[in-house]
Design a protein around this ligand. Structure first.
Ligand SMILES: Cc1ncc(COP(=O)(O)O)c(C=O)c1O
Length: 399
């Protein structure tokens, strides 16, 4: 008899991964699907980082290592936080994990008791919800709009906070919509959080380097009033095209870092030793070493925004960061294809996959229905062809 735990039954599969799986299944039937549903750079890891990993193997970095990470790598990460983000962390405040995903789970496990509230502005990255719920959190979603730049206001946050509120989590630059909180936005949020000493901020900055210059990236932990209440999450996956290496890290008050280390010591031990040595090289490098990727993303963004804006019924503002566009598609809802009504963004996404052979992710996955996410981490010709197909599919819809 199958007897899965309640925990296992309640854990969902991220819709991003589900959509990618559906796209693969369709491809396996011989269809030429363009997959724009996954969030990973289409570049290979830069050679200078791969060389550092190869050298690490030659030097026999092949043994168990300290659970929070090699001391010298944590020192390099602390130096990166100082150099790029103006935050003072010492090595004992840094924990290196197997991807930012594990960093985030460690933090939720360390901070959230069942019944406490986690505040998540929408649109949010898919795993925040499942990880928070896994820890027994009551999740409070704060909606945003395209007109408001997909950002919560300080006032909205203030009104949402209750004595049970424990964590506010957000990503800036944001996945899925590319929004970036400005210094002024963050100052206003910091002022609210500082009034609630039992509330902690998880600031997910994994898209830090994917910034096209309109809004400067600022770390909320650099505001002294919330330094002791903030955990800064970052990693190598997006900015250095290192998704497969699985390296994420945090800077946090040392009591939180210690608790994260405790979980990690029982669950996975220290992060892969070779990937950690590569991490040292990556975080020590001048960020201009990845400019060639950023420039490419910037040029695709311009094109993608232009093309998407021409699709009838799609509304879009230029996203300042990350590598996604997140158009509103509400005016397509209620339209029909072969008598089937498109009721929500999931239906629109499925329609574009089945009829247009383009895979996207519906806004429902990110807590903001009415939108769909296209990743533009793909070759320009592929993006152009994808939007052409979307246009045709949309023009085939009936009122
Ligand atoms: C906002 C956000 N945070 C964290 C992650 C996880 O990154 P990692 O690959 O380091 O686990 C992702 C990956 O998609 C993401 O989009």
């Amino acid at each position: 008899m199958e007897s899965l735990s309640k925990r296992a039954q309640e854990m969902g599969l991220p819709m991003t991964i589900e959509m990618a799986k559906k796209a693969r299944e369709l491809s396996a039937t011989g269809k030429n699907v363009i997959s724009l549903s996954l969030g990973e750079p289409d570049f290979d890891t830069p050679d200078f980082i791969k060389e550092a990993a190869a050298q690490a193997m030659v030097e026999n970095y092949t043994h168990y290592m300290p659970v929070p990470g090699f001391l010298d790598v944590r020192e390099s990460i602390a130096a990166k936080f100082k150099r790029d983000n103006g935050i003072d962390y010492t090595a004992d405040q840094i924990v290196i994990s197997t991807g930012a995903k594990q960093s985030l789970l460690n933090i939720f496990l360390a901070l959230v008791n069942p019944g406490e509230e986690v505040i998540i502005p929408a649109p949010y990255w898919v795993s925040y919800m499942d990880q928070a719920k896994y820890c027994g959190a009551e999740v409070k979603v704060l909606s945003t709009t395209m007109e408001g730049g997909f950002k919560i206001t300080a006032d909205q946050l203030e009104k949402a906070i209750t004595p049970k509120s424990k964590v506010l989590i957000f990503s800036s630059p944001n996945n899925p919509c590319g929004a970036i909180y400005s210094k002024e936005d963050l100052a206003a949020i910091a002022a609210v959080v500082a009034k609630h000493p039992n509330l902690y901020i998880i600031s997910d900055e994994i898209y830090e380097l994917l910034n096209y210059g309109e809004v400067k990236h600022v770390s909320i932990a650099s505001f002294p009033e919330v330094y002791n209440q903030t955990i800064t999450v970052n990693g190598l996956s997006k900015g250095f095209a290192m998704t497969g290496w699985r390296v994420g890290y945090i800077g946090a008050p040392s009591w939180i870092a210690k608790a994260c280390t405790k979980f990690q010591s029982n669950f996975t031990s220290g992060t892969n030793s070779i990937a950690q040595r590569a991490c040292k090289t990556a975080v020590e490098a001048d960020t201009s070493s990845v400019n060639y990727m950023i420039e490419k993303f910037a040029s695709r963004r311009e094109k993608m925004v232009g093309w998407i804006k021409e699709v009838p019924g799609f509304e879009l503002e230029t996203p300042p960061g990350a590598f996604y566009v997140f158009p509103r598609i509400t005016s397509l809802l209620g339209k029909k294809f072969n008598g089937q009504v498109l009721k929500n963004s999931l239906d629109v996404s499925m329609y574009l996959l089945e009829e247009g052979l383009v895979s996207t992710v519906p806004g429902d996955a990110f807590g903001l229905p009415g939108y769909i996410r296209f990743s533009y981490a793909a070759a320009e010709a592929e993006l152009e062809e994808a939007v052409k197909r979307v246009k045709v599919a949309v023009s085939n819809l009936e009122d």
